[in-house]
Structures are given as structure tokens and as C-alpha cells.
Design a protein around this ligand. Structure first.
Ligand SMILES: [Ca+2]
Length: 192
């Protein structure tokens, strides 16, 4: 929440896009009297505030949020629960481009498994914008996070001691790519 300081100029009819003022400073520059206003970041939920002309701004929302100030959670847009000992999870439309504004949650629940191995066989998303997060239950803590073009690092293998995995895939509003494909298998699945 670092304040951005801009010259007070013109407040037009789009008041909803004008930053809330918190501090006023006064000063002289030659013979011109300047009024400065310190602003707080009006963008919510981790969004980035981008200054526009005349004191206006826009918010670049984090994945999963929308609205002028990114105040609205979009909720889940897709997902699936997997119960089998082995399976394949892909991004929507794979290997075609995934849609924008995704917030997908995939769960893998193998009741009697002690370990599950995940192998990412394909991964290409927009760097820093379209992200696959990965963790295990009961903790919602993120264990891994992948984004960008990981083609040269494939396959990526992760083995965890858990019988429940979660993957959350989110994309922003533009620049869509092929997405991801991963396989999971438990020790039970390997014995079959
Ligand atoms: Ca994107």
C-alpha cells in the first residue's frame, strides 16, 4: 500500500475511478501553486494499481477477481475430482488454448494411498500470469507453483506422502496458451 503522489488536476464524471485522497501537500514551483494529493491504493485482493492521466487509475486484478477495484471473486470456473489410482489432468481445451479468466480446482483423492507421484508431461502458460498451484491436504499451503514455458524442464516429477492432492489453475484475461498435462499415480496404481 505504498502511496502514489500525483498532481491534483481534474476530477471528471467518472468519480468511481478517482483515487481516494488521504494527504494534501502544498508547495510552490516558480510562481505556480501546486496542490499535491497522496493516494492510497484502491485496488483490492492483491491487484496492481496503474496510474492513468488526470488522477484516474485502473486495477490489474489477480486471477480469480474482477471489478473496477478487483473487489469481486469470480469463484471456480471449472474443476474435477479424481478418485482412481492413476489418471491424467489437463487444462481446459488442452492441447488447444485454454480460455481466459479461469479459476479451476482439481482434486485427487485416493483413499488408501500413502504416496502419490505427479509427472508433468507438458506445460506452457503465460509467464507470471497463468499459474498452476499444487498442494496436499489437509494443509492448503502451496507446495509448488508452475507458470510459463517449461518445455525444456519436462518431465517434472513430484512425489508426496499424501492421499489428497489439489491443483488450482488460474488464467488472466488475455494471452492464452496450450496449458498443461500431468499424470498422477499412487503406489497402489503401480501394483496393478
Ligand atoms: Ca493469460
Amino acid at each position: 500500500m505504498s502511496p502514489a503522489v500525483k498532481a491534483l488536476m481534474f476530477i471528471g464524471p467518472e468519480e468511481i475511478n478517482v483515487k481516494k485522497s488521504t494527504t494534501m501537500l502544498y508547495g510552490f514551483d516558480n510562481s505556480t501553486f501546486l496542490v499535491m494529493i497522496s493516494y492510497i491504493n484502491p485496488c483490492q485482493n492483491g491487484a496492481t494499481c496503474v496510474d492513468q492521466n488526470f488522477g484516474y487509475y485502473t486495477c490489474q486484478c489477480m486471477n480469480g477477481f474482477r471489478g473496477i477495484n478487483c473487489e469481486t471473486a469470480t469463484g471456480l470456473t471449472c474443476g474435477e475430482i479424481f478418485f482412481q489410482d492413476t489418471g491424467v489432468i489437463t487444462s481446459p481445451n488442452y492441447p488447444q488454448e485454454y480460455p481466459p479468466d479461469l479459476n479451476c480446482l482439481y482434486l485427487v483423492r485416493i483413499h488408501s494411498a500413502e504416496t502419490i507421484r505427479v509427472t508433468i508431461t507438458d506445460f506452457y502458460t503465460e509467464s507470471a500470469k497463468d499459474v498452476l498451484d499444487f498442494g496436499t491436504s489437509p494443509s492448503l499451503e502451496r507446495l509448488e507453483s508452475w507458470e510459463g514455458n517449461l518445455t525444456s524442464s519436462l518431465p517434472i516429477v513430484v512425489e508426496v506422502s499424501s492421499n489428497l492432492l489439489w491443483f488450482q489453475f488460474s488464467s488472466d484475461k488475455n494471452n492464452n496458451f496450450k496449458g498443461f498435462r500431468l499424470e498422477y499415480i499412487s503406489a497402489l496404481g503401480e501394483q496393478n
